[in-house]
Design a binder for this molecule. Structure first.
Ligand code: CIR
Length: 255
């Protein structure tokens, strides 16, 4: 994770009008988010805030960590490209590193990993060259990569995320469920279009507290859901997956 930047108010925005972000509140929400994630993982590492990088709290966009390698992205928004250096540095040693290069662009928010099947949203942030480079990095390890289109939101994972074994949380107005053959679905409540972003860690799902109706749908389906307040991050078009990189660390790699 990375601490909230003091310049977060100058974040990139694509679909939302700019609203005032309460920095103190954002920091408080980030601490609660960190607590929720900490309860579910072995250890948490985080980078200090960088005043020069307004969106740097959204570490998900900078890297995709698979079991065998990690891919350091080249974010689609130019202002975000300097974010990757500190992440690559911090994560060196956990996996082999591969790097997306120009003219490719890729945001981790567009990459949905379902075991060995990986879906990547073509978006204003992730282009065909970035997707092709990613595909070339991972197919030797037995992954399949499917590029798909979506609309209405910034990243693919604003429209669909994994919340259980073969179970997806989806806003079907933004992405076609047919793209995920064989999967089961819970649809977001129609009054909560932004509620499809959920962070699954083991058998638990962290989900934004601002979406109670969708949470009830997950509860009813037997999911174990931990709500966390994310209002200040939502103003920046971020959600629960965006603020962390979660992976299994093979510590022996470091020794
Ligand atoms: C951006 O536009 O890049 C940030 N304001 C929000 C990024 C959110 N990241 C994500 O959904 N993975």
């Amino acid at each position: 994770m990375r601490e909230v930047s003091p310049s977060m108010a100058r974040c990139e925005l694509t679909h939302l009008p700019r609203q005032a972000i309460d920095l103190g509140r954002a920091r408080h929400q980030h601490e609660r988010y960190r607590d929720a994630v900490s309860d579910l993982v072995c250890s948490v590492r985080w980078l200090p805030a960088d005043p020069a990088l307004p969106d740097s709290v959204f570490v998900e966009d900078t890297c995709i960590v698979l079991d065998e390698l990690m891919v350091i992205t080249r974010p689609g928004a130019e202002s975000r490209r300097p974010e990757t250096a500190a992440i690559a540095d911090q994560l060196r040693g956990y996996r082999i590193q591969r790097f997306i290069e120009a003219p490719g662009t890729l945001d981790g928010g567009d990459v949905l990993c379902l075991d060995r099947r990986i879906f990547i949203g073509r978006s204003s942030r992730s282009n065909d060259s970035g997707i092709e480079q990613f595909r070339n990095f991972v197919t030797p390890y037995g992954y399949s990569v499917t590029a798909l289109t979506f609309n209405g939101c910034l990243h693919l994972k604003s429209a669909v995320t994994s919340i259980g074994e073969n179970l997806l949380l989806v806003n079907r107005d933004w992405v076609d469920q047919a793209a995920f053959p064989g999967a089961g679905f819970i649809e977001v409540d129609p009054g909560e279009p932004l509620a499809a972003n959920a962070l699954r860690i083991g058998d638990t799902v962290i989900h934004a507290a601002e979406f109670p109706a969708t949470r009830r749908r997950m509860d009813a389906a037997g999911s174990k859901v931990i709500p966390v307040e994310m209002s200040e991050f939502a103003k920046s078009e971020g959600g629960v997956t965006c603020c962390s990189l979660v992976f299994a660390a093979d510590m022996s790699f470091l020794w």
